[in-house]
Design a protein around this ligand. Sequence first.
Ligand code: 5GP
Length: 195
Amino acid sequence: MKLLEERILKDGVVRPENVLKVDSFLNHQMDVKLFVEMAKEWKRLFAAKPINKILTIEASGIGIAAIAASVFQVPVVFAKKAKSINLDQDNYCTKIQSYTHRNMYDVIVSKKFLTKEDHVLILDDFLANGCALMGLLELVEMSGAVVEGIGIAIEKGFQKGGSEIRAAGIQLESLAIIESMNEDTGEIVFRAKNE
Ligand code: 5GP
């Protein structure tokens, strides 16, 4: 998506260890006008799918998923980071390894908000090694709901998550795919569409 790629080139900062900082429009300050355009693009890409719920993960996914939910006219649920003490039979629970913090954490979704009647679109800000998405897919599987697709704002195509998800046969729509980025020069190269 051209608009997002241009914004990444303008405001994204390449940090050590393959981290792209996009705090000024996505992860901290949020450009809601941009989010609306991203949501419309996902709506177009998933037009054929009977989506009745959006699922994301705390914290950075919530902003984009909330705006998308408004465009899709469906409820949005976010997987919550939980203290072990809150893990109980009312929730689906799994463990996820954090890309940015390296540690493992528990996430939960209430059984009330994800059921076998649901047709879910999973949304998140970044896709790197795919740990966050694998955790979300596991929660959906536990609930018996159907995953209709996954929408990602920024995929780092040189990390393994994207190819694993596509190999699993899930429709994955990343609005910007970074082919390479250079910490020393700050250069960011995008994958051309349909490559
Ligand atoms: P994965 O689980 O796919 O390895 O990493 C995805 C998660 O880690 C995302 O939810 C995102 O919050 C975080 N993440 C991964 N790579 C980056 C990055 O380059 N920049 C930022 N800001 N977050 C990232």
